[in-house]
Design a binder for this molecule. Structure first.
Ligand SMILES: [Zn+2]
Length: 123
């Protein structure tokens, strides 16, 4: 292994450890936020679904396929379980297949900004 290879490997380890730490810190923040300011799960109005469908021009936000309103599912961009709210900016319509594929995966940097925004809105 060349020096460059071993440095690259060391850098990758540091990066992975940092992402791991960021992840667990964000999960803690998300728990604290939920305790401070719990979000009530709302029954989504058909109106919101229709509005999102228009806004996305009838396409799935994840795969861009054109899909009818009734096959679309409302998705929290930042998952509800991580503190994502029901505000329009956090909602999108995706097709069932994409919704299943997505699971609970989340972009950590997106989650970080989201949690910061929510903290800023607390009294
Ligand atoms: Zn899709």
């Amino acid at each position: 292994m060349t020096r460059a290879d071993s440095l690259r490997a060391a850098a990758r380890n540091v990066e992975q450890a940092a992402w791991g730490e960021l992840y667990s810190t964000l999960m803690d923040c998300s728990e604290v936020l939920k305790e401070l300011n719990p979000i009530q799960r709302a029954n989504f109005l058909d109106g919101i679904k229709a509005e999102l469908h228009r806004k996305q021009q009838g396409t799935c936000a994840a795969c861009d396929q054109s899909i009818d309103l009734f096959s679309m599912e409302i998705d929290h961009i930042i998952p509800y379980t991580l503190g994502g709210g029901n505000e329009r900016a956090n909602l999108q319509l995706i097709c069932r297949a994409c919704n299943r594929r997505k699971g609970k995966s989340v972009d950590l940097l997106e989650l970080l900004s989201y949690l910061e925004d929510r903290y800023l809105n607390l009294r």
